[in-house]
Ligand binder design. Sequence first.
Ligand code: PMP
Length: 338
Amino acid sequence: MTRYESVLESIGGTPLIRLIRVTEGLRPRVYVKAEGQNPGGGVKDRAALSMLRQAEADGLLRPGGTVVEATSGNTGIGLALVAAHLGYRAVIFTSPHIAAEKRAQILAYGADLRLVDAFVPRDHPDSLRSQAQAFVERTPGAWLAGQYDNPANPAAHEATTGPEIWADTEGRVTHLVSTVGTGGTISGAGRYLKDISGGTVRVIGADPVTSSYAGGDGSQKYVEGAGHFVHPATVDDIWPRSLDTTVIDEYVPVSDQDAIDAIRDLARREGLLGGGSSGVALAAALRLAERLDGDDTIVVLLPDSGRQYLSTYFDETWLRRSGFTSTTDARTVGSRAV
Ligand code: PMP
């Protein structure tokens, strides 16, 4: 469908695009699901719309109400977009360290941005989540989206992302590779693909190397949105309820440098712009592809576009200052020289 009666209808239905250059020499077909082509520029538009509509249906959000969330960026963008369209106020709590482009986009939709720079355990009163929660408690008509524990987040992907991948590959998808932030995307899309394929589709979690999902120590990293990180003072590492761990067959850990190399390579050789978590997913998928056959079809979910990170992963000065190597000359993706 190419005509929509509102911007909300244009959320989802993103293209599946075959990679042909960065996959040279590999046997499986590799497609990317370009979530950066959603109206807000990321996969979280789907979850934002789903959570907000469910809150309306449940009577938690009423006309004149305020949409609130603590987010690493894209959920804030999605909620700000949907709230703007439906006439709600949006108050987004995020870190000053997220990409400047994302912060500017949240403001562009007219949302109120609260920057919280507190590296503290989640239940600490100064944490992003505690501050968002406290704001909701003192604001009449405010509703906290709570993407980490909101079933409407994975439900969005079970209802849309999964079916789109199945339909667009004509049922030929054999592997889904996705990053895991709240777990909404991988749990919902993965669950749908497993159910409809009779359990044959394998679901691979691509994870920043220090993330605790794949067994890392939980220390902080650069890539925004993907992985699970815990403050050293946090005793209990509680995973989000949006994540259904039974859907994930294996994890592939990816370093920040490999993720950055992967998206820079994707831009320069394929003509596709992906964000940092797209690099995590792509590097994992290319590593996986080395051990698969010509009968296999991998779908890699790219959560957002590199346009959000032109001042970081695609900026030579930022790369050098942040201790990364530029890949302008040395073209290496994951463990594979290309
Ligand atoms: N990448 C980016 C850039 C994101 O914003 C998110 C959402 N936190 C993810 C990946 C992970 O998606 P999910 O929360 O559905 O696991």
